[in-house]
Design a protein around this ligand. Structure first.
Ligand SMILES: NC(=O)c1ccc[n+]([C@@H]2O[C@H](COP(=O)([O-])OP(=O)(O)OC[C@H]3O[C@@H](n4cnc5c(N)ncnc54)[C@H](O)[C@@H]3O)[C@@H](O)[C@H]2O)c1
Length: 137
């Protein structure tokens, strides 16, 4: 099994509450937990939902932790990767899922919307901290 022994961090993973519309990140967190990986860290800006999803995963399957993490913030990338390593001893897999849809036509798309979706904000997501830790693990 390819996930065996792996510690994963999944961004945009709040939406995984049972009985509610599930996002890709929340569903991925549940998939990892079902495989009983040593640890899965869910991150998102939606704290209440994120804590609830992690709590349900812990109750049903395995070790799961929620960390508040805005992927446009360099500092919050550092904090989430440090918390993962401090809690589970390593970080092997990153599911860089966080994002938001913007339903605009080409004519309506402003530079700010374009940047938020594709440009500067996503560049700041480049998970350098996670890559360094994974390489060493
Ligand atoms: N659902 C689709 O059809 C579809 C199609 C193409 C791409 N995507 C992309 O796939 C990913 C997951 O989609 P989904 O349908 O599960 O969406 P979703 O809205 O259920 O999940 C995305 C999560 O990202 C979080 N998020 C948004 N901005 C954030 C930020 N700055 N920092 C941290 N978290 C943030 C949201 O709070 C949300 O919980 C998104 O990146 C989306 O853009 C989805």
């Amino acid at each position: 099994m390819r996930l065996a022994g792996k510690v994963a961090l999944i961004t945009g993973a709040a939406a995984g509450v049972e009985g509610q519309l599930m996002g890709f990140g929340g569903a991925a967190a549940r998939l990892f937990a079902r495989r009983k990986v040593p640890g899965v860290v869910l991150t998102d800006i939606k704290e209440e939902m994120g804590f609830k999803t992690a709590e349900q995963i812990r109750a049903k399957w395995w070790e799961a932790l929620f960390v508040r993490h805005d992927v446009t913030s360099e500092e919050e990338w550092q904090r989430s990767s440090k918390t993962t390593i401090a809690t589970f001893g390593r970080l092997n897999v990153l599911v860089n899922n966080a994002g938001a849809g913007a339903r605009f036509t080409v004519e309506e798309t402003t530079v700010a919307v374009w940047d938020a979706q594709n440009g500067r904000a996503r560049q700041r997501c480049v998970p350098r901290h996670e890559i360094c830790h994974s390489r060493d693990a």
